[in-house]
Design a binder for this molecule. Structure first.
Ligand code: CAA
Length: 257
C-alpha cells in the first residue's frame, strides 16, 4: 500500500515503519495515525514478519499531535469523531513493537512511545508531555499509560509542568529500555527486533500478551492468565525443539517463526 506520511518497508523478518514528515518534526496528523496503524496491522498478519520497529528522524521521533491540524477543532467535532481513539488499533498489535527514538518524543509522540513494548532511545532523545503549555491535556493515553509505567509522581511532574526529560532520566524511570549512541539508533533497534523475530513466534506472542496483561488486570488474574499461556506453550513443537536443543547443547531451530 502507498503511504504519504510514513515509509513502510521490511528488513529481513522485521517490519520497519519510519515517520516521514521531517519538516513538521513528524507531527502526528490524523492521516499519519491511520497510516502507522494500517502498516503495523499489515506487518502483524504477515507470516514473514516477527517484530516491528517504529522510528522517526534523528531530530524528532514525533513532536506530538499536529497542533496546526487541531488548532481550529471544536468540542463537538473532537467528541463526535472520538479524536485519537484510532490509536486503540496499536493496542491490538500482537507482535512486539519496538520504538527507536531519536530527538523529540513529545505529547502524542511520547504517548506513541508508551504504546510500544521496547523503547530504544538515542542519547539525544527528549521526552515530555507539553500539552499543558497549549491549554490542553494529553489525549492519546499519556495520563494513563505513563502513570502505569513510570508512576504517579513522575507522570504528574511531566504532565503538569510540561518539562522535557532526557534519555537518562527516561531510562531511570522505566520509560526507556536501553540508551544507545545516536548514530547507531536504527541499527541497534533492528538488531533487537531481529533477535526477537528469530524466536518461536507463538512464544513471543504469548510473552507479550502476558506482560500486557499486567497493565490491564489485577495480579491474581494476571498470574492465572500467565500460567495458562505457559501451560499452552508445552503444546508447541518449538517448546520441544527449544528444550531438546538446550539439553543437546546446540542452538534451537524454531519452526514457527
Ligand atoms: N504540530 C505541528 N507542527 C509542529 C509540531 C506539532 N506538534 N511540532 C513542531 N512543528 C513544526 C513547527 O511549527 C515548525 O513548522 P514551520 O517550519 O512551518 O514553522 C517545524 O515543525 C519545526 O519546528 P520548530 O521551528 O519549532 O523547531 P525547534 O527545533 O525550534 O523546536 C520543538 C522543536 C521543541 C519540538 C518545538 O517544535 C515544539 O515545541 N513543538 C510542539 C511540541 C508540542 O507542544 N507537542 C504537543 C502537541 S499536542 C498533543 O500531542 C496532544 C495529545 O496528547 C494527543
Amino acid at each position: 500500500m502507498a503511504y504519504e506520511t510514513i515509509k513502510s518497508e521490511t528488513r529481513g523478518r522485521v517490519g520497519l515503519i519510519t515517520l516521514n514528515r521531517p519538516k513538521a518534526m513528524n507531527a502526528l496528523s490524523q492521516q499519519m495515525m491511520r497510516e502507522i496503524c494500517q502498516s503495523a496491522e499489515e506487518f502483524d498478519v504477515d507470516g514473514k514478519i516477527g517484530a516491528i520497529v517504529l522510528t522517526g528522524t534523528e531530530k524528532a521521533f514525533a513532536a506530538g499531535a499536529d497542533v496546526k491540524e487541531m488548532e481550529t477543532y471544536e468540542y463537538s467535532e473532537a467528541y463526535i469523531h472520538d479524536l485519537w481513539s484510532g490509536w486503540d488499533r496499536m493496542g491490538r498489535i500482537r507482535k512486539p513493537l519496538i520504538a527507536a527514538v531519536g530527538g523529540y518524543a513529545l505529547g502524542g509522540g511520547c504517548e506513541v512511545v508508551a504504546m510500544c513494548d521496547i523503547v530504544v532511545a538515542a542519547e539525544n532523545a527528549k521526552f515530555g508531555q507539553p500539552e499543558i503549555t497549549l491549554g490542553i491535556l494529553p489525549g492519546m493515553g499519556g495520563t494513563q499509560r505513563l502513570a502505569r509505567s513510570i508512576g504517579k509522581a513522575k507522570t504528574m511532574d511531566l504532565v503538569l509542568t510540561g518539562r522535557m526529560m532526557d534519555a537518562k532520566e527516561a531510562e531511570a524511570c522505566g520509560l526507556v529500555s536501553r540508551i544507545v549512541q545516536t548514530t547507531n539508533l536504527l541499527e541497534d533497534a533492528l538488531k533487537i527486533a531481529e533477535k526477537i523475530a528469530d524466536y518461536s513466534l507463538p512464544a513471543v506472542l504469548a510473552a507479550k500478551e502476558a506482560v500486557v496483561e499486567a497493565f490491564e488486570t489485577p495480579l491474581q488474574s494476571g498470574l492465572k492468565h500467565e500460567r495458562r499461556l505457559f501451560h499452552a506453550s508445552f503444546a508447541t513443537e518449538d517448546q520441544k525443539e527449544g528444550m531438546s536443543a538446550f539439553v543437546q547443547k546446540r542452538s534451537a531451530q524454531f519452526k514457527n517463526r
